[in-house]
Design a protein around this ligand. Structure first.
Ligand SMILES: [Fe+2]
Length: 263
């Protein structure tokens, strides 16, 4: 089974560039075309948030236009730039999205790997949040299938990155989330976004990672007191490949096609 993870799409409405320089919708379109071309093709695409730049209806309409080109089923999750209600309104046919006034968390059961999508957003707050309600929800979902291999997706990474400006907004009750993950060894992978860079870390007995953005990346700046910067390093996505014999392998992929010579 192959799960493609795309993240931080930051789609703006037609004719508008991000920071006056990046056509995020075009960048996403290229990514969708690249995913359609893959052989073998991913079984599913999970989009881990910041689907739009500012959660506006016209941005979701544009997002919908681009995603309609995907020949692979796409499952959506919100990020801190999104608006849950407008996201739900723009995709009424995405029946897996829960009812109003609730975090957009859900489980996909129909694949060999169980996919648990945990909404880590807290409207008005830039960092992640794992409140009591979501704790109850996640514990209950994980209890349902303690021996099925599971990928857990969320927008905010539950680990510190070393890029100081990104670590300034604490993930609320992340220590409780860590306890839940540690107690559920069926979780093979925690896949997040938000950082706009690929990172991997051992966390709570499993592998946690972040995906590159389909649009712009964050500058790798490990010095203290440096401002946060964005860069046009190559956009990309992750492929999480699961096999019953060898387990989970995550590949970091660039959207752009590079010249290849077969050996
Ligand atoms: Fe983002």
């Amino acid at each position: 089974m192959i799960v493609a993870q795309i993240t931080d799409l930051h789609v703006k409405r037609k004719g508008h560039l991000l920071h006056h320089m990046i056509n995020t919708a075009k960048s996403l379109r290229r990514c969708v075309e690249r995913l359609n071309e893959l052989d073998p093709r991913p079984d599913v695409i999970v989009a881990t948030g910041d689907l739009t730049e500012s959660g506006k209806r016209k941005e979701y309409a544009r997002l919908r236009d681009v995603l309609e080109r995907s020949e692979i089923p796409v499952y959506l999750m919100p990020g801190n730039h999104d608006d849950r209600e407008r996201l739900r309104d723009a995709f009424p046919d995405h029946a897996y999205l829960p009812e109003r006034d609730a975090p957009l968390s859900y489980v996909l059961e129909s694949f060999p790997v169980r996919i648990v999508a945990l909404d880590s957003t807290d409207p008005g707050y830039r960092g992640g949040c794992f409140d009591e309600q979501r704790e109850r929800w996640l514990r209950a979902r994980l209890r349902e299938a303690p021996s099925r291999p599971t990928f857990l997706f969320m927008h905010h990474p539950p680990f510190l990155t070393g890029i100081r400006q990104l670590d300034n907004d604490p993930y609320r009750r992340v220590e409780v989330l860590g306890e839940v993950v540690r107690a559920n060894p069926q979780i093979q992978l925690v896949g997040a976004g938000h950082i706009h860079r690929a990172m991997q870390v051992r966390w709570q007995g499993t592998m946690a990672c972040t995906a590159p953005s389909t649009a712009h990346q964050i500058v790798l700046e490990l010095r203290e007191k440096q401002p946060l910067g964005m860069t046009l390093e190559p956009p990309g996505f992750l492929l999480h490949v699961w096999d019953p014999d060898y387990g989970t392998v995550t590949h970091v992929c660039a959207t752009e096609r590079f010249k290849t010579r077969w050996l």
